[in-house]
Design a protein around this ligand. Sequence first.
Ligand code: F0G
Length: 421
Amino acid sequence: MSLSLSADQPAVPAVADDGVWLECIECGETFAPFDDVRYTCDECGGLLEVRYADLPTFDDFEGEGQGVWRYADALPFDAGVSIQEGATPLYEVPRLEDDIGVEALRIKHEGMNPTGSFKDRGMTVGVKVAKELGVGRLACASTGNTSAALAAYGSRGGMETLVLLPAGKVAAGKIAQASLHGARILEVDGNFDACLDIVQELAGRGEAYLLNSLNPFRLEGQKTIGLEILEGFLADYDTVPDRIVLPVGNAGNTSALYKAFRELVQAGALEAEDVPKLTGVQADGAAPMVEAIENGADEVRRWDDVETRATAIRIGNPVNAPKALPGIRETGGTAVSVSDEEITEAQRDLAGEGIGVEPASAASVAGLRKLRADGIVDDDERVACLTTGHLLKDPDAAAAAGSDPEPVPADTEGVLEHLQE
Ligand code: F0G
């Protein structure tokens, strides 16, 4: 069963609850959505997706809610455990647009969410589901941002949270957030992929409810990034973007955006040929998705040794690849990797337009620049780049990319003298 851009309407299975069910993307098995804790298919172990009997068009997004919850008609609930996530800016960047050389470039800055990353959009739904299921402890493996969001939304929901982080590889701002919001933090002597292996086992043994992007409900909230980008482009350019460029780690966002677009096509709100080309960017030192796209492979090879300054996407085993590979291919997109130097340069470029992002976020702009230089992106394209996390998440990287403070004496003459040097 392939995840294609089709206008076919699904048959609603008997297990559906209020028009919502879970379906395996591999074997098509269906499950009731909130009866049991379940992350993957009982039959074949495949990834699950949330499916709906009725899908909304753009006209339906005019309800009561704000931000993510403005799109309640595309979500399993009317409201979640919320800290006012979503409704992030879609910045114009005229100098960068000119410099890279595309018809239009906009930056969807997800760093402007409550905890400073797009993860909040998934957690407002995921923590709500956890409450519906009545689970005790919430847990995730994380390169940092997921742990910050889980800690904040868990505490908002009055729930216990446990986060597993790769020791020494998580940016300072993210650990500070997880800590102050009250998560129990375990520093694992291994990389992110090892942390996720452990959390999946803990979840499988009933020790915790898993809130990594393997959890299909998280991706429902993250779909709203795609809906906001489309609405923003329709308002400003009267057309949807030709391409959306985004950093890739576990490929959750890539999967979520593709799902948002598939659902719009199914609802008759978007033509399949108008769906933006999903274009993933990874760091050279952690690029298993890029490898799979370049090789035309159906499966992604797990990279055991990964390294990059963009620690948020220091991931060798993108668990959502079975959802994301069709997303990149069916939309006519591609995937590209960039060096740490190119990432830092793009971080400076964005900062030069007043937009502060963490390194992983800048990968989207670095990737666009590279694809434009290689002629893979055309000069007549309208493009949205996703910047996934705020500059203050990784203050060390920001300080290293910027200029150093200059010591001066505490008198005006001394300061003037220094300025003249
Ligand atoms: N950008 C940032 C800033 C991230 O934190 C992440 C993932 C990604 C991009 C990649 O997104 O997984 O949907 O492809 N961070 C996760 C975490 C792994 O634990 O915070 P993806």
